[in-house]
Ligand binder design. Structure first.
Ligand code: IFM
Length: 444
């Protein structure tokens, strides 16, 4: 049985809005998620991130848990409204929170991987048009520059954006995430400005600030498979892949948008003038690594009555509590494809994990066998990929804790630590114990 080498990074991940709470503490202003979660019907059970798992106040104890878990690295994100509660108004107290967290991690021997944007756009930015306003690139740069200047010395690697597909299409086209708009043109503009802000932030760190800290972007990629071999289902799979994966991979790695999708989108979008001539050069700037979040494959079939001509189709795979297929084989196929079609950069799996309906036993144990199997299967896939020379440099389990799962509120538990949301007590699930063993022995 082969082992992970000493350089391989095992980590775990969270994001600011999902764990911090302290929504009105330390000079933080409101984000789009504070507002969206208060709109009846947008989030399951009316849950909000006001308190979340109170990581803002409990971060020291949480870092001790990460240390006990034994992982090499911890990935977290910075809440933009803590740093710039209003346009152009810097909040030192907010920055000090992240400095303290970083110092705590470093003292515990844990490498910090820091994401700049994991969806908590300040309301002041939203009120000026949010990501559909090209000025969002300027606002994001002001925020990034301050974070780079203040925090770069503590940070092991930077991620500009987490899952631009979610912060653009899911948020501005499908309306499932904040701010809840349902307009395809807005989705495309948001995606473009988010990608552009990524490219500009990378240039800022490397060229203006002359930093050598590695920086990259994280995409959520969902390999799509056709329900049948029919010609119609082949169109469906092409479009699903274009909308979910290629619309982001192509500009980042090839410096162009896929023309088949431009063609399809042009049925619904008036003009593409928001894409300026130099933008794609900026978006395809050289990075140091590529982050992939992988959860599941998708099976799709032709649906002539939909804008993109596809719908999700039936699959007989076993499912997580999100209804997502457990699909480690397709995970490997995705990485082969990235290597063949897109990049040789080191890949970090910046998220991978599963939600299940956990039961807290009276003795404080949680026997989450399905999650344990899920992580074993996916980490085995990573090891096999590396045995085949695919250069996966690290794996971050999502998530460290049960937390605010966006429109599902606290209903879906992704953590390897169970959180009692009433008492804020943390409990080791069996999956956390198993992950600890995998990390310690560097074998699955
Ligand atoms: O919880 C989310 C995370 O914020 C982004 N990636 C997917 C996770 C599970 O849905």
């Amino acid at each position: 049985m082969s082992q992970f080498n000493k350089e391989f990074i095992f980590g775990t991940a969270t994001s600011s809005y999902q764990v911090e709470g302290g929504f009105n503490e330390g000079g933080r202003s409101l984000s789009i998620w504070d507002t969206f979660s208060r709109i009846p019907g947008k989030v399951f059970n009316g849950d909000t991130g006001d308190v979340a798992i109170d990581h803002y106040n409990r971060y020291k104890d949480d870092v001790q848990l990460i240390k006990e878990l034994g992982v090499d690295s911890y990935r977290f994100s910075i809440a933009w409204p803590r740093i710039f509660p209003q346009e152009g108004v810097y909040n030192e107290e907010g920055m000090n929170f992240y400095k303290s967290l970083l110092v705590e991690l470093l003292e515990a021997g844990i490498k910090p991987m820091v994401t700049l944007y994991h969806w908590d756009l300040p309301m002041w930015a939203y009120e000026k048009g949010g990501w559909i306003n090209r000025d969002s690139v300027k606002w994001f740069l002001e925020f990034s520059e301050k974070c780079f200047i203040e925090l770069d010395e503590y940070v092991d690697s930077w991620i500009t954006h987490n899952e631009p597909w979610c912060s653009s299409f899911l948020s501005y086209h499908q309306g499932v995430h904040a701010p809840g708009h349902t307009n395809m043109e807005e989705g495309l503009k948001a995606a473009h400005h988010i990608l552009l802000s990524h490219g500009e932030a990378v240039k800022l760190l490397k060229e203006k600030l002359q930093s050598t800290t590695p920086i990259g972007i994280t995409l959520n990629l969902t390999p799509a498979y056709a329900a049948t071999d029919s010609y119609n289902d082949r169109i469906a799979v092409n479009n699903a892949d274009g909308y979910t994966n290629r619309w982001f991979l192509d500009p980042i790695f090839k410096g162009s948008y896929p023309l088949d999708m431009v063609n399809l989108f042009s049925n619904y979008v008036h003009d593409f003038d928001f894409i300026k001539p130099e933008d794609l050069k900026t978006i395809s700037v050289d990075c140091d690594f590529f982050g992939i979040n992988y959860y599941s494959r998708a099976i799709v079939e032709y649906a002539g009555n939909t804008n993109l001509l596809y719908n999700g189709a039936y699959s007989d795979y076993k499912k997580t509590a999100m209804g997502w297929d457990v699909s480690p084989r397709e995970f490997k196929e995705l990485i082969y494809r990235i290597r063949q079609d897109y990049t040789n950069l080191p890949i970090y799996i910046t998220e991978n994990g599963s939600a299940y309906n956990d039961v807290l036993e009276v003795d404080g144990s949680i026997h989450d066998q399905e999650r344990t199997e899920y992580l074993e299967e996916h980490i085995t896939a990573v090891r096999e990929l590396n045995d085949e020379g695919m250069n996966v440099a690290g794996y971050f389990l999502w998530s460290l804790f049960d937390n605010f799962e966006w429109s599902f509120g606290y209903e879906k538990r992704f953590g390897i630590f169970y959180v009692d949301f009433e008492t804020q007590q943390r409990f080791w699930k069996d999956s956390a114990k198993r992950y600890k063993e995998i990390v310690r022995t560097r074998t699955v």
